[in-house]
Design a protein around this ligand. Sequence first.
Ligand SMILES: [Zn+2]
Length: 98
Amino acid sequence: MNSHTYDYDYLDGNAAAGELSAIFPMDITASEGQCAHCGAIKRFAEAHVYMQAPGLVVRCSVCQHVLLRLVRARQRAFLDLRGMTCFTLDTSQLQESS
Ligand SMILES: [Zn+2]
């Protein structure tokens, strides 16, 4: 495993919102996730997003551990959330729009 490739540019969590909005109906950038590696609880918008990888990789802004991986292929989306202990989603918008 190569763990020294963090020097390329990353985007913030807002950059991932477009891809993730195809899966989650709520505003994903307002959600909070707890890193399974360092325990930091951060808003998704603060996370580091790497679009260069196949699909999309979201890393913890504190320890760079992978929080979320998303690969979309044809009619399927592969979502890997094991890097997060807890993922808290704001569902208030869903109730407003009913
Ligand atoms: Zn972390």
